[in-house]
Design a protein around this ligand. Sequence first.
Ligand code: PLP
Ligand code: COI
Length: 341
Amino acid sequence: MTGEIDWGKLSFTYIKTDYNVRCYYRDGKWGELEISSSESINLHMAATCLHYGQEAFEGLKAFKGKDGKVRIFRMADNAKRMQDTADGILMQRVPDEIFLNACIKAVQLNSRFVPPYESGAALYIRPLLIGSGPKVGVSPADEYLFMVFVTPVGPYFKEGFKCTNLMITRQHDRAAPNGTGPYKVGGNYAASLGSGKIAKEKGYSAVLYLDSREKKYIDECGPANFFGIKNNTYITPESKSILPSITNKSLLQLAQDMGMKTERRQVPLEELETFEEVGACGTAAVISPIGRIDDLDTGKQYLISKNGEPGPTCVKLYNKLRAIQYGDEPDAHGWTTIVSE
Ligand code: PLP
Ligand code: COI
């Protein structure tokens, strides 16, 4: 069946794999990991995930190296972030051991779906935590379901590692200043669907959101974090309403390793025109270099890449990150976990 998959042409869509892994929290404790080959779940109609948004997910990737080994990238960081999200919306935390074992099992059980090294594709791992217990009053569930499925993916933005364009609008917010922006909850993505649709219809790959209080600072970049490069410095927004991206944290480290300065601070919109390079970064987006950003409210255009090509720093960061993920270069920071020989 995997013979039908054209690994080099994969986009970011769901492809059925063989197994997923599940674990239930009931009667005050987590149960054993269960393996399932069903794509469905049996859910109470009053489950809190359906009514009150008790839903969190994660996204990470496994990569097959030239050496044939499969590596998962920074999964302990995703486990921690899912725990922070669980705390944020009063769900039961998934213990590290269950999270890590479930991810490893899901990859191992579906090893025939890990794309080959040459394809440049990866196996996307999607952990999911939902309130499964029934409630009618607004309150947290007593029961939870944690599950992990995997699916082979190519680039999130169709351009891959080519310049892509963004739009700015003040008509939509993704998250409120003291809301759920830093948590990976489904509601944030629901809030972004309308503006995301407008962006796609107008030919942009994503919306560059401004801070929702003052609309003065750069915030989140669709399903990715924002970074700008100038004067040998990697600059990324400090904000209470963006997801703490593990890719961004990795790029900050790699930029420092390359001798660059790094800054995490508020980034005023006007600063856009001073950047030599701009990128969106995330597990799905990897690094997506940005060519142009159009402010639809003011009509102003920010032309970042004069020749439509990714800039030299984006290229260096992209190559370095991918080399670590695929095992082409030493993993100096201990970011990868080998899950098969
Ligand atoms: N921001 C949002 C809203 C996201 O959905 C993601 C994807 O997970 C990111 C940023 C990037 O985070 P990470 O690098 O941990 O995948
Ligand atoms: C990711 O990069 O893992 C994401 O979650 C982005 C998107 C698919 C929601």
